[in-house]
Ligand binder design. Structure first.
Ligand code: SF4
Ligand code: SF4
Length: 487
């Protein structure tokens, strides 16, 4: 056996397909190797003449010279990937009301009827929540108005916006607003306010009318697609297309129609789509039998949709799949992506937090919903009775952080994908009664693993056209711009 000529640095590995292994390290670098080379690598017997040797060294899987210097470099890259931790809570979500004019069949928040005013956030609660949000050390404060349908409690929204603007004259942070609205209750004057105060609009669209109206229905009965389109056109003309984005929810109704969904998004001028799988909360859980699908089915359709989107980009239509883009940014770049739902430790509480209509604070909307169902496991405190440091430094958040680092979680610690993955402690608790949960095998893991496998298959094929599209997504440029740079 040849003497060891290198030092191994930590990495995860797993069989990717057939005899081929994927290895991934803490810097986010990856490499495909045949099994026999992985065995040699780990044994310390991989010869310097191996065709993989230089790549392994440049990607910091092995060190042949200055160990301390290489470790410093790895540490810097690790810190960069975990940069989201430095700023602490950026996203502050406010539940302005639980009322909603719609009654969507998969509603996660279990919304209340239009006249249930007891579930409105009082304007003084909204203002106090803004004050608390500004105590966060983050240089960026993003305030997101949620519901129910937040336009139904307009006074709380306007008071919160104006309070934040006043405070920010002193604080001088980067201040962003988002309203999550179904749009069907929107008016011209509300849109003008949103435009004047630079509030971005995040709305929901499940596809063309025959798909959207299956589940997104009015409380008084009837579909919402026609009203949605009319209000969307007003919103575009008043606020500008670039201020409006949409999310779709995948159900059994549209999972076999992703192509039609994509075409509808393009027709309406959206720059991309986020294929969001159904989560096990609220009505979605109750109606799971009718609305659900297997993750294998979702993954198959997702891959077909991805191929269709790639093809569109190659033919000149710029369009993005956002979940793939987040994962590709983690795989292809050293930067932190700050996606709250997929972080390690979990982004719940430390990246995003939610203020209920009565001032109670939870690390995520799902924690708030559990409290509504009678389980206050994730209650962090109340903005009127607790101080900022008691809320954000209290036992709930400390436990979440301690138990949501994939680097140390059973099932995740040795997973080849864990550098790019995260955890969802609230969902784990809901499914197993324990915030660590059980992976692999739960829906969260199944989806991430399936999508990561699809992306890595494409990275392994390394087709020039596909890679140009991926780089265009990651760098937010057109395929043409990416190609010109390469030339
Ligand atoms: S618009 Fe949103 S809050 Fe209202 S019923 Fe639909 S999913 Fe629920
Ligand atoms: S959740 Fe699943 S895919 Fe993600 S790191 Fe854990 S085991 Fe791997």
């Amino acid at each position: 056996m040849m003497a060891t000529s290198y030092t191994l640095l930590p990495f995860q590995f797993g069989c990717f397909q057939d005899d081929e292994y994927l290895i991934v390290n803490e810097s986010g670098e990856f490499l495909f190797l045949p099994r026999k080379d992985v065995v040699q690598l780990i044994d310390g017997t991989l010869p310097p003449t191996s065709r993989f040797f230089d790549d392994l060294r440049s990607k910091q899987f092995i060190v042949t010279g200055d160990l301390a210097g290489t470790l410093d470099m790895v540490a810097t890259r690790y810190r960069t990937r975990k940069r989201f931790l430095a700023n602490f809570t950026t996203l502050h979500m406010m539940v302005l009301t639980l009322r909603c004019n719609q009654d969507c069949k998969y509603c996660q928040v279990s919304s209340e009827s239009d006249d249930a005013y007891d579930f409105d956030m009082k304007p003084e609660v909204a203002e106090k929540a803004v004050e608390i949000a500004f105590i966060s050390p983050s240089p960026v404060i993003k305030i997101e108005f949620q519901g129910g349908e937040p336009t139904l409690n307009w006074e709380a929204l306007t008071r919160a916006v104006m309070k934040a603007e006043v405070i920010n004259k002193r604080s001088k942070k980067t201040l962003e607003f988002v309203i999550c609205t179904n749009l069907t209750n929107m008016t011209r004057s509300k849109l003008e306010f949103l435009r004047d105060h630079q509030v971005c609009i995040s709305t929901s669209l499940d596809g063309p009318e025959f798909l959207h109206d299956n589940n997104r229905i009015l409380r008084k009965g009837g579909g919402t697609h026609a009203a949605f389109i009319e209000k969307l056109q007003s919103a575009i003309s008043i606020c500008g297309q670039d201020r409006i984005s949409a999310l779709m929810t995948t159900t059994s109704d549209n999972v076999d129609h992703f192509k039609e969904v994509i075409d509808e998004y393009i027709r309406l001028g959206f720059p991309g789509v986020f294929f969001r799988a159904l989560n096990p909360y609220g009505l979605a859980a109750k109606n799971a039998e009718r609305l659900g699908y297997t993750m294998a089915h979702f993954a198959q359709r997702y891959e077909e949709a991805l191929d269709y989107i790639i093809e569109l980009n190659l033919k000149g239509t710029r369009f993005v799949e956002f979940f793939a883009t987040i994962l590709l940014s983690r795989i292809l770049t050293p930067f932190s992506t700050g996606f709250v739902d997929l972080q390690s430790p979990s982004g719940a509480g430390i990246s995003g937090v939610i203020y209920d209509y009565n001032g109670d604070v939870y690390p995520a909307d799902e924690g708030r919903m559990l409290a509504r169902m009678g389980d206050r496991r994730f209650f962090m405190g109340n903005i009127f009775t607790d101080r900022y440091d008691a809320i954000f430094g209290g036992p709930v958040l400390q436990e979440i952080v301690a138990k949501s680092c994939v680097e140390a979680m059973p099932g995740c610690a040795f997973c080849m994908f864990r550098t790019y993955c995260g955890s969802d402690p609230v969902r784990n608790y809901l499914e197993t009664g324990d915030i660590v949960g059980r992976r692999p095998g739960n829906g969260f893991c199944e989806k991430n693993m399936a999508v990561l496998k699809i992306l890595f298959r494409k990275l392994r094929e390394n087709d020039d056209d596909v890679m140009d599209v991926f780089w265009s997504w990651v760098t937010r440029r057109s395929v043409q711009e990416v190609r010109n740079e390469v030339i």
